[in-house]
Design a protein around this ligand. Structure first.
Ligand code: ARG
Length: 476
């Protein structure tokens, strides 16, 4: 439509190649709102009469995506519809703006609401993890480094570690939201416009928190998309680690957990199989989101200012990233909420692989006063000869390495027994952030508080955005 007088007809093939219509479905509603806000501002500034503005608004109110005709993008198709309803006067809607500021505004508006949903999903998963942790502050399980039994910990400590990672993901989304929820509208093609417009007014009508001020920056930048994709990638990488543990822990070798049937699949050939496919796809989709980030970064890299059509190619990656982020959070939340833990097995293997060795060494230091490195050597020797020593064995090795028997310096058989007990190992680790049950309970309470504060902030943001848009929709 914008080309017919000068450039003439275009082939279907080229039109198809240029078109962003498929991805534009995501900004259809946003575009109607942006049109409306811009038009109201134009009327208030005296660029469009009340009568013409009402005709255009009536056309916008009538429009559903089913009515949209052809066009390179949604902006063109909506304008064509307005012209068909309101006549040539409808063309005043595009006074003092360009598709360049229009599309940037639409993307920010649409992604803002998707980010609010993303934040909800992030907090819901945190809530599930912390609720589980609350039940398991005393449940002793094995802890790993290098996927080898390392030291005993609690299930709460482990779950809270994942919860804290997702809480940081939430806080990154919040942080990015402040930079996303800004208005580029009124930047026009890039050089602003000679019409006297009121950018603050459209900003306010659309519920943005402020302007992307420089009109050249406003249409050129997609760093707000890059930032959200980077945050989503980090979130997905965090989720993929949770997913990986679900996969590993549900093998018969570990046997620590069992996914609910709802989140598992079977094999087409092996009737006995129960596969953790949802967790595997979570792990896989993390790769796809990182791919979207890398695509978007690569498209933006080296682009000269200001608008270039390459930017159109960035947007679908954003929608994909947001969709996969949200669905992965939701699915993993379901997996965790319905997960069966084999607590007996976890508890039983919490001392496996001589995982209490560190505490035996620590106790030797605390009680006999020997340097830690000497104790490390003594216990290392015990580990080499199979772990779990008797008092006599310990004394013999201590005598050889430290030059005295442990029992000569007050180290009793009961002390050894205690050091070898996973439960007392955990109880001793009561420093801030450690696995001791009381510390677990403190962290759980603190996290619940953070969740409710986060929910409150998210609700305020949603309320501001939604009430602005409700007011805008009500304006004729
Ligand atoms: N579909 C375009 C995009 O997503 C809209 C802006 C088009 N602007 C232009 N000058 N051709 O970027």
């Amino acid at each position: 439509m914008f080309r017919d007088q000068r450039l003439g007809e275009i082939s279907e093939d080229v039109l198809d190649y240029l078109s962003s219509r498929a991805a534009d479905a995501r900004i259809f509603e946003a575009d109607l709102l942006v049109d409306r806000a811009h038009l109201i501002m134009l009327r208030e500034q005296g660029h469009v009469s009340g009568e013409v503005s009402s005709r255009i608004i009536a056309a916008l109110d009538d429009l559903t995506d089913a009515d949209l005709g052809a066009g390179e993008d949604v902006h063109e198709a909506i304008e064509a519809f307005v012209l068909s309803r309101a006549g040539p006067e409808g063309g005043r809607m595009h006074t003092g703006r360009s598709r360049n500021d229009e599309v940037a505004t639409c993307i920010r508006l649409a992604m803002r609401s998707e980010m609010l949903f993303l934040m909800d999903e992030q907090l819901s998963l945190v809530q599930t993890l912390v609720t589980l942790a609350e039940k398991h502050t005393d449940t002793v399980i094995p802890g790993f480094t290098h996927t080898q039994h390392a030291q005993p910990t609690t299930l709460a400590h482990h779950l809270l570690a994942h919860a804290d990672a997702v809480l940081r993901d939430f806080s990154r989304t919040e942080d990015a939201y402040r930079r996303v929820n800004l208005s580029p509208l009124g930047a026009a093609a890039f050089a602003s416009t000679g019409f006297v417009i009121d950018r603050h007014r459209t900003c306010e009508l659309l519920g943005f928190d402020g302007l992307v001020e420089n009109s050249m920056d406003a249409v050129s930048t997609r760093d707000f998309i890059l930032e959200v994709l980077a945050d989503l990638s980090i979130c997905m990488v965090n989720l993929s680690r949770l997913a990986e543990e679900l996969i590993m822990w549900s093998t018969s070798e570990f046997g620590y957990v069992e996914l609910d049937n709802l989140f598992a699949s079977t094999s087409s050939i092996m009737p006995q199989k129960k596969n953790p496919d949802t967790a595997e796809l979570a792990r896989g989709k993390a790769g796809s989101v990182v791919g979207s980030l890398v695509s978007a970064l690569t498209i933006c890299k080296g682009l000269p200012l200001s608008y270039n059509r390459d930017l159109q190619e960035v947007t679908p990656h954003l929608w994909r990233g947001l969709d996969w982020g949200r669905s992965t959070l939701r699915i993993l939340n379901g997996c965790m909420a319905s997960l069966k833990f084999n607590l007996e097995r976890m508890q039983d293997s919490s001392g496996a692989g001589f995982s209490t060795a560190t505490e035996v060494a620590d106790s030797l230091v605390r009680i006999t006063g020997m340097p830690f490195r000497t104790a490390h050597r003594i216990v290392g020797r015990i580990a080499a000869s199979g772990g779990r020593p008797s008092m006599a064995e310990l004394d013999e090795i201590a005598l050889e390495i430290a030059g005295f028997k442990a029992s000569e310096r007050g180290f009793s058989a009961e002390m050894l027994e205690k050091a070898l007990d996973p439960k007392s190992n955990v109880a001793l680790r009561a420093n801030i952030g450690g696995p001791a049950p009381a510390e677990g309970r403190r962290m759980v309470a603190e996290r619940f508080k953070q969740i409710s504060e986060g929910k409150e902030r998210a609700a305020k943001r949603r309320e501001k955005a939604e009430s602005a848009l409700a007011d805008l929709r009500a304006m004729g």
